[in-house]
Design a protein around this ligand. Structure first.
Ligand code: ADP
Ligand code: ZN
Length: 667
């Protein structure tokens, strides 16, 4: 099978010289039409109905890269996410993986056999931790697949429990995978695993060099490294005798793959665990509405850690109503007087503070003051973001550059409006860069750091900044959601949220969930040490249920409101969605094709309890010069909806000759 949208396998001859090497589960190079492609051997057969067979040219892997339950996983992936087996397999094995010849392979060992036991003993568990661990051990010792949802506030000791559960799996001779949302940003987590399990830990993520990747693959598949810590794709790691999969912060959107097959690592983990009779632990301070729903319905066992370790208090949160600030006639600054005052006091007392604004750049929208035109990307329908790069120039419109956050295109800021050729273009709407410069202005003595995708480009940047904050060389840290997750700085007493509303205005039914998650996570950064913490949240919507619940650390209140809304609107988790997108450079063609696709699907959907929504333009109506139009299927059963797709779409997942992107359970 090949990494192509073709749901079939192809027969090839295996030349005598390759017969020992060409086994199921190895990748080979083979002629395909006029090209040569990489494919995977699925099965060896004695005969073929095809008379003039071509031969495979070369075997890539010295040993199978797909084995055991991962065959079944590939089939499931193809069925659930509607891709070909070849595409599913390609998602499971990194294309750049090059294993050295088998002579170099070390002896295989079983998990837990080699090396010493735990190097560092963990702390004494709290009662709640001990209870949760007992449930995990029970699940691990049963020979059934089971799922546990560990709901623990930030700093309640979830990671400690992952380590204990993994140690238990190892002691039983089984391997474990721990998924974290963004491995490059979680050096801290990796350190803790290494401390505990030494060389038995392999790290796995997409930014690895090919040598490191080959070494990690070898260590994992030989059993030398039975513990894998990694990002999304580590869910496919070739761990032998898999006993446990942990997903930390299971609600994170980075667990969803953004190209075909658009899998969610959580769903893959559940299926892999089912096939391997393994345990899944989903951990979170703010579980996804889906997972909590499943726990409520008894499909997962719910474990709760209601308190922080050592009874540290969760920080008190206060809402700052920006509408009142405005009414009181205060300057339209991104920081209210109350937040500014709190920052000043924290700095004066030698404490640290963190400020969140989930928007990059200096200014978010440029608008002509004469005609009102907004400066947009040439190729996309989205506004360009102004980046000042290293401090605010005296005349912002003359320096820095404009960047499209969707396609990456850059442009110089305009002198005059490009539409009317008269007006002055004013940029407004603060991003992290602007906040940083504002802080420099307000607190010239303070040392200020910024953590966002712009400052974290280079290798090791994240680690350097992290260490600088830890060692208190940086007093004020401003950043995007990157600073909201996982960082443990005990000296941070104040957290400021510059705008709680950034996600609320998006046309997305998960806006409330995203907001609750981000605010709760960010609030959790304060008061992790001995000093109590304080959280100030600036908002224009202080009565929004997600914001109110987050300020009170009240997951249950948020969930109840959210699940009722989802039920009323028939949205997930009550239903499943499948989003189909057609993209093409001509607007009419995109819309026409989408309309007739919707019509075809409606015809097939009759009497099947599947609803069709759309066609409607995608939120990013135009991307890289192509118009994007969506049709959404809504129903109770994914397989039923996939069956409709099979009938409506043409060979190669096309419709009227245009490729169709299929996103099952879109986020
Ligand atoms: P979470 O993953 O829920 O944020 P962690 O496991 O990272 O929590 O725990 C927060 C901090 O508390 C860590 O520094 C951890 O080493 C420590 N810790 C965890 N469990 C205990 C315990 N039972 N007693 C003392 N400290 C603990
Ligand atoms: Zn663009």
């Amino acid at each position: 099978v090949f990494n192509l949208p073709l749901e079939r396998s192809f027969h090839y001859l295996v030349p005598a010289a390759l017969q020992a090497a060409a086994r199921p589960g190895v990748r080979v190079r083979a002629p395909f039409g006029a090209r040569e492609l990489t494919g995977m051997v699925v099965r060896l057969v004695e005969s073929s109905p095809i008379c003039r067979l071509k031969a495979i040219r070369r075997v890539i892997d010295p040993e199978p890269v797909i084995a055991e339950e991962r065959w079944g996983l590939a089939r499931w992936l193809a069925g659930y996410y509607y891709c070909s087996l070849g595409e599913a397999l390609a998602a499971m094995v990194p294309s750049e993986l090059r294993l050295p010849g088998s002579e170099a392979a070390g002896p295989a060992s079983t998990p837990g056999e080699a090396h010493s036991g735990a190097r560092v003993a963990g702390p004494r568990l709290t009662d709640a931790q001990a209870q949760a661990l007992e449930a995990m051990i029970e699940a691990l010792d049963s020979s059934r697949a089971q799922t546990l949802l560990l709901h623990g506030v930030t700093g309640s000791g979830k990671t400690e429990l992952y380590l204990r559960a993994i140690a238990h799996a190892l002691a039983r001779g089984r391997g474990a995978i721990c998924l974290v949302p963004e491995i490059a940003l979680t050096a801290q987590t990796t350190d803790r695993f290494r401390e505990r399990f030494g060389a038995r830990v392999a790290v796995w993520h997409s930014a690895m060099g090919s040598r490191a990747r080959a070494a990690a693959w070898r260590a994992i598949s030989s059993g030398a490294a039975p513990v894998v810590v990694g990002a999304r794709s580590a869910v496919f790691a070739p761990v032998r005798r898999l006993g446990l999969i942990v997903l930390d912060e299971e609600q994170e959107t980075s667990y969803k793959q953004d190209k075909t097959p658009r899998y969610h690592a959580r769903e893959v983990a559940l299926e892999r665990a089912r096939l391997a009779a393994a345990t899944v632990v989903l951990g979170s301070a703010t579980p996804s509405v889906e997972s909590f729903f499943h726990a409520r319905r008894g499909l997962m066992r719910l474990l709760t850690l209601p308190q922080r370790v050592e009874a540290r208090a969760l920080p008190a949160a206060e809402l700052i109503d920006l509408r009142q600030e405005w009414r009181a006639g205060r300057r339209p600054a991104p920081l209210s007087q109350r937040l500014e005052g709190a920052l000043e006091r924290a700095l004066a007392q030698g404490e640290q503070a963190m400020l969140l604004l989930n928007r990059r750049g200096f200014a978010r929208v440029g608008q002509c003051q004469a005609c009102g035109a907004v400066v947009r990307c040439d190729r996309c329908s989205m506004p360009l973001i102004y980046h000042a790069q290293g401090g605010p120039p005296a005349r912002p419109a003359q320096a820095g550059e404009l960047r499209c956050h969707y396609c990456g295109r850059t442009a110089p800021p305009p002198d005059v409006c490009r539409q009317c050729r008269k007006g002055y273009v004013r940029f407004r709407g603060a991003g992290t860069e602007r906040i940083e410069s504002e802080l420099h202005r307000l607190f010239p003595q303070a040392s200020i750091g910024r953590m966002d995708a712009d400052t974290m480009r280079g290798r090791g940047q994240h680690r350097r900044l992290y260490e600088a904050v830890r060692q208190r060389q940086i007093g004020l840290l401003v950043g995007t959601q990157m600073i909201a997750k996982g960082l443990d700085f005990p000296q941070v007493t104040l957290v400021g949220i510059v705008s709680a509303d950034t996600a609320l205005s998006l046309p997305d039914f998960r806006a409330g969930e995203r907001t609750f998650d981000l605010l709760t996570q960010m609030a959790g950064r304060a008061g992790r040490g001995e000093q109590p913490g304080r959280v100030l949240i600036q908002t224009h919507c202080p009565s929004h249920y997600a914001i109110r619940a987050a300020a009170r650390h009240d997951y249950a209140a948020f969930y109840e409101e959210e699940i009722r809304m989802r039920r009323r609107l028939g949205l997930p988790p009550w239903t499943h969605l499948i989003e189909l997108t057609i993209r093409t450079s001509r607007r009419e063609r995109a819309h026409e094709a989408a309309a007739s696709l919707a019509q075809a699907l409606r015809r097939h959907a009759r009497g099947r309890r599947v609803t069709l929504l759309g066609p409607a333009p995608h939120r990013v109506e135009r991307l890289r010069r192509r118009y994007q139009v969506c049709v959404v299927l809504k129903g109770r059963s994914v397989p039923v909806m996939i069956e409709l797709l099979r009938r409506a779409l043409e060979l190669g997942r096309r419709f009227r000759g245009l490729p169709v992107t299929v996103d099952v359970d879109p986020l």
